[in-house]
Design a protein around this ligand. Structure first.
Ligand SMILES: CC(C)(COP(=O)(O)OP(=O)(O)OC[C@H]1O[C@@H](n2cnc3c(N)ncnc32)[C@H](O)[C@@H]1OP(=O)(O)O)[C@@H](O)C(=O)NCCC(=O)NCCS
Length: 188
């Protein structure tokens, strides 16, 4: 049977967010025995979530948080049946692409110490700081990836309608453009 088509989406609905949480619960809470309140740490409602679907099955997820000067990738989780498949690179690169489009020039992350080789394959390198970083029963290494500028990076000079499109769906007309066809009535 051919491999299912892999699709990545920037989460925009409660159901998609539920799928992200299901992937993370299976991977971090079940496989890695992470306590619930450490996995769901209060930062899920200020982040962009990227979900990878293999066919219709949620397969992987990653979270992006934004700071001045850098974005941070975290909570990468790939369900076991999809490891070692194109899903892994697809979900990471989709997140990287969102950061590039938002003009970030670098991405910061915390790699589980055992996974530094994995992150290096994806273009990250250790910051080499050797600061002790331990949480949720793992030792971590600070990593960074420098990004090349995106040729369509969003700036204040971009089309204002593009700026208000759903996050990650900047190349398709958005619902607010359609609303602009209605006359201005300024309802109070
Ligand atoms: C970590 C995780 C995302 C990796 O996904 P994966 O599908 O197993 O990774 P892949 O097998 O596709 O690896 C991608 C590449 O990195 C390499 N790689 C994987 N683990 C590696 C390691 N520990 N050291 C060096 N290289 C490694 C692979 O050989 C592969 O190389 P290739 O592209 O040349 O073939 C996945 O195992 C997972 O979800 N683990 C549980 C959650 C977790 O620990 N998240 C990370 C928190 S930092």
């Amino acid at each position: 049977m051919p491999a299912p088509l892999v699709r990545t989406i920037a989460v925009s609905t409660a159901e998609q967010l539920q799928q992200v949480f299901a992937v993370r619960a299976a991977v971090f809470m079940s496989e890695q025995d992470c306590p619930y309140d450490e996995e769901f740490d209060g930062n899920d409602y200020c982040a962009t979530h990227v979900l990878a679907l293999a066919g219709v099955r949620p397969a992987a997820a990653i979270r992006i948080r934004y700071f001045s000067g850098f974005a941070k990738l975290e909570r990468l989780a790939v369900l076991k049946p999809f490891r070692g498949t194109p899903v892994t690179r697809a979900v990471v690169e989709a997140a990287v692409e969102i950061c590039r489009r938002k003009s970030y020039s670098q991405i910061y992350g915390h790699s589980q110490a055992r996974l530094i080789g994995f992150w290096e394959k994806l273009g990250f390198r250790s910051l080499g700081r050797n600061r002790k970083l331990v949480f949720s029963d793992h030792a971590y290494i600070e990593i960074v990836r420098q990004l090349t500028p995106h040729r369509n990076a969003i700036t204040m000079d971009s089309d204002p309608y593009l700026i208000i499109r759903p996050e990650g769906a900047w190349d398709a007309p958005g619902i607010l453009e359609q609303s602009s066809k209605r006359p201005v009535t300024s309802p109070r």
